[in-house]
Write a protein that binds this ligand. Structure first.
Ligand code: AHG
Ligand code: MN
Ligand code: MN
Length: 343
C-alpha cells in the first residue's frame, strides 16, 4: 500500500524484470514481453474509454457476437487494440477472444511463440453508456500442441495450467492487476507520465468477506439450496454477520472491490440457464487464478473452477468467487445437491 509520503518509481516494466530475475532466472523473457504488450494495450483502451463520451464510440454496433449479445462500439475497438498490440511480438501462437467466434491466428509473416492469450476485451460493456467502470480480463497458457500455430487443444486447457492471468479496471483510476503464480500485484496508471506504477504489491484478500455481489432478480429461478445460501450471507438465517450487498454489473469492478475488501461474487446457474452466464476461459479462469493467488477461492458450485476441463472455446460456467470462507460456505451448501443431480 502506498502511503501519501511515498513516491513509487517501480514501473510495471521494472517490476516484471525484477520478478523474472527472482523467480525464473532461466526464462527467455517471452512471458514478460506479453505482459508489457498487455500494459500497452491497456493504456490504449483506457484512453478510448476515458474519451468515450466525446468521440463517437458510445452505443451499440449493428452486430451480434457469438454469445448472441449486441456488440458495443467499444467492444469492437478494444478487441482490435488487443489483437494489434499482441499479434506481432513473436511470443504468441494464437489468441482467443470473447468477441470472436474462432481462434485468432497470428497473421502470416509474423513469428509465432509458445504462448496462447485468451481475453475478454471489454468486460461490463453493456454499462459503458452510463459511465460505469469496465475492464479487460486476460489469461495466458503455454502451447501444448506441436505445430508452430496454436490450435483449439491449446486453448482448452484447465485453468490450473495458466502461466499468468489478470485484469485491467478502467475505474476512477486505471489499474492493472496480474499474477504469474507468484502472488498478485496491482499497478495504477499515472496518466501524466503514461506509466503503470506499483501501488498494490502482494495483494491478499480477507478470509471472511464484507460484500455480497449477486444479481438476485433471478431469485425466482433459483433452486432452494441457493436461496438458502443467500439468506445465510444476508444474515436472514443462521448467526453469520450479514454481508453488505454491492453489485455493479461489471464483473471486473465487482471482483476488484471484493478482492481488496473481501467478499463473495456469485453468478449462479438457474432453472432457465443451467450453465450460468460467465465464460470459463475469458472470465472465470483468469479471475479464479487471481483469487487463489490472493488467498481466496473460486468454484463452479461444486469444484474449483481451475480444475474444470473445458470442452468448448465459449463455454459458460456458474461462478462463486472471493474470500475463502464465503466460497467454502457456498460449496458446503450447494455441492451435495448439485453433485447428486449431476449439474
Ligand atoms: P460482458 O460485458 O463482457 O459481456 O460481461 C458482462 C457480464 C459481467 O461483467 C457481469 O458480471 C454480468 O455480465 C452481469 O450480468 P447480469 O446483468 O445478468 O447481472
Ligand atoms: Mn465479460
Ligand atoms: Mn466483454
Amino acid at each position: 500500500m502506498v502511503h501519501h509520503t511515498d513516491v513509487s518509481v517501480v514501473t510495471i516494466e521494472r517490476f516484471i524484470i525484477e520478478q523474472e530475475k527472482l523467480h525464473a532466472p532461466q526464462a527467455t523473457g517471452e512471458l514478460s514481453g506479453i505482459l508489457y504488450d498487455l500494459a500497452l494495450a491497456a493504456k490504449m483502451i483506457a484512453s478510448k474509454v476515458r474519451s468515450a463520451g466525446l468521440a463517437d464510440v458510445l452505443g451499440a454496433t449493428s452486430d451480434i457476437n457469438v454469445h448472441g449479445e449486441t456488440q458495443q462500439k467499444l467492444d469492437v475497438l478494444a478487441n482490435s487494440i488487443m489483437i494489434k498490440a499482441l499479434d506481432h511480438g513473436g511470443r504468441l501462437c494464437a489468441m482467443a477472444s470473447e468477441e470472436e467466434p474462432d481462434i485468432i491466428p497470428i497473421p502470416e509473416g509474423f513469428r509465432t511463440g509458445k504462448y496462447c492469450l485468451l481475453f475478454d476485451p471489454l468486460d461490463g460493456s453493456s454499462n459503458i453508456d452510463v459511465n460505469v467502470p469496465v475492464g479487460t480480463i486476460f489469461s495466458v497458457l503455454k502451447k501444448v500442441t506441436r505445430g508452430p500455430r496454436g490450435e483449439l487443444a491449446d486453448m482448452l486447457q484447465r485453468g490450473r495450467r495458466q502461466v499468468a492471468s489478470g485484469y485491467v479496471i478502467y475505474g476512477s483510476s486505471t489499474m492493472m492487476v496480474y499474477t504469474t503464480g507468484q502472488g498478485v500485484h496491482g499497478f495504477t496508471l499515472d496518466p501524466s507520465i503514461g506509466e503503470f506504477l506499483l501501488s498494490h504489491p502482494n495483494i491478499r484478500t480477507p478470509r471472511v468477506g464484507r460484500y455480497l455481489s449477486v444479481n438476485d432478480s433471478y431469485l425466482r429461478d433459483w433452486d432452494e439450496p441457493l436461496r438458502a445460501l443467500m439468506r445465510v450471507y444476508r444474515g436472514q438465517d443462521g448467526d453469520r454477520k450479514p454481508l453488505s450487498v454491492r453489485y455493479v454489473g461489471s464483473l471486473v469492478a465487482d471482483f476488484h472491490r471484493n478482492l481488496l475488501g473481501g467478499g463473495l461474487f456469485a453468478y449462479p446457474a438457474n432453472r432457465q440457464n443451467r450453465r450460468g452466464k460467465l465464460r470459463l476461459l475469458y472470465e472465470a479462469n483468469p479471475l479464479a487464478m487471481i483469487a487463489e493467488q490472493a488467498g481466496g477461492a473460486a468454484i463452479d458450485g461444486v469444484n474449483p473452477v481451475l480444475d474444470v476441463t473445458p470442452t468448448e472455446l465459449h463455454q459458460r460456467t456458474p461462478l462463486f468467487i472471493g474470500s475463502a470462507d464465503d466460497v467454502e460456505l457456498a460449496r458446503t451448501m450447494l455441492a451435495p445437491q448439485l453433485s447428486s443431480v449431476g449439474a
